[in-house]
Design a binder for this molecule. Structure first.
Ligand SMILES: Cc1cc2nc3c(=O)[nH]c(=O)nc-3n(C[C@H](O)[C@H](O)[C@H](O)COP(=O)(O)OP(=O)(O)OC[C@H]3O[C@@H](n4cnc5c(N)ncnc54)[C@H](O)[C@@H]3O)c2cc1C
Length: 455
């Protein structure tokens, strides 16, 4: 008998699940996918680079169009919003936004891949013309059209997280004077403040004005209702355009209304097969779920495309009767602002404290290539290890070109619960154009191992 699968949300997690299930199970599954937006399988991750001009057109950010999915046998219903899930009856209520028509669709299995909603503070003036989010391709297109039409001179980015700093670069590349405002003590709060301070200094060096410890209290508009300034507790910052980068929260209202329980961070909780806890026929993945941090043992909301794609693939395998798991994350992320690369994995100091670890930290400066090799760049590596056992707990990197992806060595070590002593023996590649003879990760591991022995 054909199994009928309904997927809600047709981007990274949803369409990875649908495509994988179809690939393995073929005609034994019938898949109906609902997407309320106008695009499928798109890269929101590419929006800052599209706005910056590195990517020339929207189509290049779309991995697979609706028609391509339909050719693969998926019944994809675009511009159609799922408004209700009835778990007992095994059906969803959908609303075709173009036709204005509502109908019901039954399922044997349900995949919830509804993503996240951007935080948009309910402050006066937040809906003014010239204030943009960058969550969807349509948001990116609206911002680009505005930049083209208004030719702004001054931009304010609200939020100094990775989307904020990437958008700061995008606007710098448009020749706009950029100010980043963040209420934290340093930008990039996913790093420890000492490493965030290095990002702060580098951004100012690039010419970006960074206001930290600054809370936005509203947005001042002109008589044309267009943004004029961002109002903060410390004064007003003139702005011709504003980009909000305040993070996201799981989009789980639909799931919650259906009676599915949520975790502490508002996301759905699943088992390692991505099956919603307590539900045999409901699966969830991507930005709407919480994930287990394998280092701290605690649940987190980590809204990243890398996880959404993997989780979708796992769901697809399991739906098709195969077996796959997503055990959790170690918290790896990379980003950049102009020439400055930023990377992190594992726990920050505050996470280590919260998880009850006693720890040592070391911070080393190194080059990205042999010291004599042309083009070698500076990078800083901070490493955190458990006091006593020497288990690696986290690594942060800030540096110029060639720095960030070194985090993957640390992420692999974390995944395998290595000690910093064990890491000192890692057989990493060396040749002068790629690395000093002691790779910066090995230098940090060596110093961390010494610190563990001494304390
Ligand atoms: C500017 C930006 C830069 C980013 N950069 C990176 C990066 O460099 N690296 C990285 O790993 N991640 C990055 N991300 C995060 C990444 O894009 C997301 O984690 C990923 O898109 C999540 O995929 P998803 O399928 O869970 O959710 P989404 O991509 O949000 O897709 C969910 C879909 O569900 C649809 N939907 C929601 N509710 C309904 C409903 N009721 N009915 C029908 N459809 C519905 C939505 O319209 C949406 O298309 C970035 C995100 C942004 C915004």
């Amino acid at each position: 008998m054909t199994e009928r699968i309904v997927v809600i949300g047709a981007d990274a997690a949803g369409m990875s699940a649908a495509s994988q299930a179809k690939r393995i199970a073929g005609d034994t599954v019938e898949i109906v996918a609902f997407e309320r937006g106008a695009h499928t399988s798109y890269s929101a991750c590419g929006i800052p680079y599209w706005v910056a001009g590195d990517v020339d057109e929207l189509e290049r950010l779309i991995a697979r169009s609706p028609d391509a999915h339909r050719r693969n046998g998926i019944d994809l219903r675009m511009r159609t919003e799922v408004e209700e899930i009835d778990l007992a009856a095994g059906r969803v209520a959908a609303h075709d936004l173009a036709a204005g028509r509502s109908y019901r669709e039954g399922f044997d299995s349900l995949v919830i891949a509804t993503g996240a909603v951007p935080v948009r503070p309910p402050l006066p003036g937040v809906d003014a013309a010239g204030v943009f989010g960058v969550q969807t391709l349509d948001d990116g297109a609206a911002l680009l059209a505005d930049l083209d039409r208004v030719q702004p001179r001054r931009a304010v980015i609200v939020g100094g997280g990775y989307i904020g700093v990437e958008m700061a670069e995008a606007l710098v590349r448009h020749g706009v004077a950029v100010t980043v405002v963040d209420q934290a003590a340093q930008p990039m709060a996913t790093l420890d403040p000492d490493m965030g301070a290095a990002v702060h200094r580098a951004m100012e060096h690039i010419g970006i004005d960074v206001h930290t410890d600054t809370t936005v209290i509203g947005f001042e508009t002109g008589s044309d209702r267009r943004i004029r300034a961002v109002l903060t507790a410390g004064g007003s910052i003139p702005a011709d355009v504003v980009v909000l980068g305040l993070g996201v929260r799981p989009n789980t209202v639909l799931a919650h209304d259906a009676g599915l329980p949520l975790g502490d961070h508002g996301g759905l909780r699943t088992n390692v097969q991505m099956q919603v806890l307590g539900q045999d026929h409901v699966w969830a993945g991507g930005d709407c779920v919480e994930v287990l941090n394998l280092v701290s043992g605690q649940y987190q909301h980590v809204p990243l495309g890398t996880h959404a794609n993997k989780q979708g693939r796992v769901i697809g395998h399991n739906l098709a009767g195969s077996y796959a798991t997503f055990p959790g994350v170690v918290g790896t992320a990379v980003s950049k602002v102009c020439h400055l690369e930023i990377a992190r994995t594992g726990l920050r100091e505050r996470d280590a404290k919260r998880a009850g670890f006693a720890y040592v930290t070391v911070t080393v400066q190194s080059g990205t290539k042999a010291g004599y090799f042309p083009g070698t760049q500076q990078m800083t590596v901070k490493m955190i290890a458990e006091r006593g056992t020497g288990r690696l707990l986290g690594v942060q990197i800030v540096g110029n070109e060639g720095s960030a992806k070194r985090i993957d060595t640390a992420a692999t070590a974390l995944w395998n619960r290595m000690t910093v002593e064990e890491m000192t023996a890692l057989d990493l590649g060396y040749a002068p154009p790629f690395s000093p003879v002691w790779d910066p990760i090995l230098v940090a591991a060596r110093q961390a191992a010494t610190a563990v022995r001494q304390r």
